[in-house]
Design a binder for this molecule. Structure first.
Ligand code: HSE
Length: 314
């Protein structure tokens, strides 16, 4: 088998209190990638639908992620006559805050591993995909690529060494997303954050992260709701997103468990218990944004348990 089709999911990073450590995968939207192995060395992106990507390979997430995998493979197997041909269908808009770069990076490294006969394990694939994130945001964070590859909800316990675990997802958890079509660069949204935080804020934050994880395992939606609080990052980034607090307050009033900025924004997400409430929350997001002069898109999705997957090309 030399060619496959890959489906790579959108992801929500941070989950309010878990900056750079917690993330989840969505069922919808998904990128589609056609990947072929060839005997011609090099990585070639032949077609991109839905967006344009930088021509400079050093700024291209797909190139960087796949190149790091290929380099390791060639060291291991001493084979130099391997290359990849890629076609990308970007359904996840770059710069949306729902893991567009992560979907591309995770998708290509996962697919390349399949085509090479699975020489790498999950943690190695996450590490390669993080090289894509390094070019996209200036930091090799794993809170989007980990759920994209592993599915469900994931927790990065440590970056050095890389230690990531999959968390339990309560069955009825749904996600509503609004993507305001404004640009927020992850690198800029990281630049404005404080480099040092107060001990009192840290105490509140790790209390919330611990309780969120406990709430997920207990399927205790009230505890999840109380834990969706961020005293460190959200107060600084919220100003970048039109009507952010209105979205939060009104969505919670009609039953959302809570939510916040998806990754570094501009998307905002809300968690709800069950489809019915999640649909209502998405409608509320639509209603609030329909009064603003900002284009937007909304999604309602369950949590994707499988992560990136592949199929044969018919
Ligand atoms: N954890 C990262 C951040 C996610 O918030 O900067 C970026 O998508």
């Amino acid at each position: 088998m030399n060619s496959i089709k890959i489906f790579s999911p959108a992801t929500v990073a941070n989950l309010v209190c878990g900056f750079d450590v917690i993330g989840l995968a969505l069922d919808f939207p998904k990128d589609e990638i056609f990947l072929s192995k060839s005997n011609r060395p090099g990585i070639r992106i032949n077609k991109i639908y839905g967006t344009s990507l930088p021509n400079d390979p050093k700024k291209n997430v797909v190139f960087n992620a796949l190149q790091s995998l290929l380099r390791k493979y060639q060291q291991k197997k001493e084979k130099n006559n391997i290359g990849f041909e890629i076609e990308l269908i970007k359904n996840i808009h770059p710069g949306s805050g729902i893991g567009s770069s992560a979907a591309s990076s995770a998708g290509v490294v996962y697919g390349a591993n399949v085509l090479l006969g699975n020489p790498f394990n999950t943690m190695q694939l996450i590490r390669f995909a993080m090289e894509g994130e390094r070019v996209a945001s200036g930091t090799a964070h794993a809170d989007n690529v980990a759920p994209a590859i592993m599915g469900g909800m994931t927790l990065v316990r440590s970056y050095k060494p890389l230690d990531i675990t999959k968390l339990h997802t309560p069955k009825e958890l749904w996600v509503s997303i609004i993507h305001p079509q404004i640009e927020i660069k992850t690198s800029d949204a990281r630049e404005i954050l404080k480099k040092k935080i107060l001990m009192t804020d840290a105490i509140q934050q790790w209390g919330n992260i611990g309780a969120l994880v406990a709430g997920l395992y207990q399927e205790n939606y009230r505890l999840i709701s109380r834990s969706l609080e961020d005293v460190i990052v959200e107060p600084i980034r919220a100003v970048l997103i039109p009507a952010f607090y209105e979205l939060k307050i009104k969505c919670k009033e009609i039953g959302a468990l809570g939510g916040g900025i998806s990754g570094s924004g501009p998307s905002v997400f809300m968690l709800s218990r069950g489809t019915y409430v999640a649909q209502k929350v998405t409608e509320m997001m639509n209603r609030i944004y329909s009064t603003l002069k900002v284009d937007y898109k909304t999604y309602t999705s369950p949590i994707n348990q499988q992560g990136v997957k592949w199929s044969e090309i018919e």
